[in-house]
Design a protein around this ligand. Structure first.
Ligand code: NAD
Length: 232
């Protein structure tokens, strides 16, 4: 199966990768749904919401401040580097990611579409003006008096249009879509892979409810599997 997946990629000319939280786990960032996921202790749906931003800012702020702290020492892993190498070799056209951590860009990928925004950027929740990370951490208000928030997509918010359209177009035109480290439970991003006519490959640590819809499924850790594919 690994060799088959490597062969499909080797012969591809318009490959697209879609990543989820599982693609960052080996870099030291916990995902949300597997047993080690730290959202087991705090339900994300109660915090990553517009309701929390507006009515429970203390909790909202504490949650994102902890996530930002957690990212400080984190660096891309070998799997990220391989995806970057594939883009520079012209094998990989685009990465559509649900991750907000910026690790694909840190590894050197240039064409990254952040479908759920970024925790590396901040803006005023009232006027939309950009703000600095330190100002958010210090709870400094915007010059308009509004509160700062990370530029992530909260539950109930629209996805960034440009990222969505660019990802959709690339996936529709792709000859291979490689999906890495996602439970495929978050709508609408979980629909994207199935809009391709290309070969669909899944790399994930555990079974997802959608495994049967893929042409090839490899269960294992993202960085290890990417390295093995690259060697092939
Ligand atoms: P998820 O937590 O729902 O699913 C992660 C999947 O990755 C699970 O099926 C798990 O088995 C698998 N996995 C865990 N470790 C792995 C590894 N080493 N290699 C391969 N697979 C592994 O995450 P999701 O599907 O991305 O969706 C949930 C939401 O989580 C998204 O909105 C995303 O924005 C957010 N999120 C992002 C980050 C981040 O930016 N790094 C971290 C946590 C959650």
């Amino acid at each position: 199966m690994l060799k088959q997946a490597a062969d499909v990629l080797k012969n591809a000319s318009r490959a697209v990768v879609m990543t989820g939280a599982g693609c960052s786990v080996e870099a030291g960032i916990p995902d949300f749904r597997s047993p080690s996921g730290w959202w087991r202790q705090i339900d994300p749906r109660t915090v990553a919401t517009t309701e929390a931003l507006e009515h429970r800012y203390e909790l909202f702020h504490a949650f994102y401040a902890a996530r930002i702290e957690q990212l400080r020492e984190v660096r891309p892993h070998n799997g990220h580097s391989i995806l970057s190498k594939w883009e520079h070799q012209g094998r990989l056209q685009l990465i559509a990611t649900q991750n907000v951590d910026g690790l694909h860009q840190a590894a050197g990928n240039r064409n990254v579409q952040e479908l759920h925004g970024s925790i590396r950027h901040f803006r005023c929740a009232s006027c939309g003006r950009p703000g600095a990370e330190q100002a958010f951490l210090d709870r400094a208000p915007c010059t308009c008096g509004g509160r700062l928030r990370p530029d992530v997509v909260l539950f109930g918010e629209q996805l960034p249009e440009e990222a969505w359209h660019a990802s959709l177009a690339a996936i529709r035109a792709a000859d291979v879509v490689l999906v890495i480290g996602t439970s495929l439970q978050v709508y609408p991003v979980n629909q994207l892979p199935f809009l391709t006519d290309g070969t669909l490959i899944l790399l994930n640590a555990e079974e997802t409810g959608e495994d049967h819809r893929f042409d090839l499924v490899l269960h294992g850790r993202a960085a290890q599997l990417l390295q093995a594919m690259d060697e092939q």
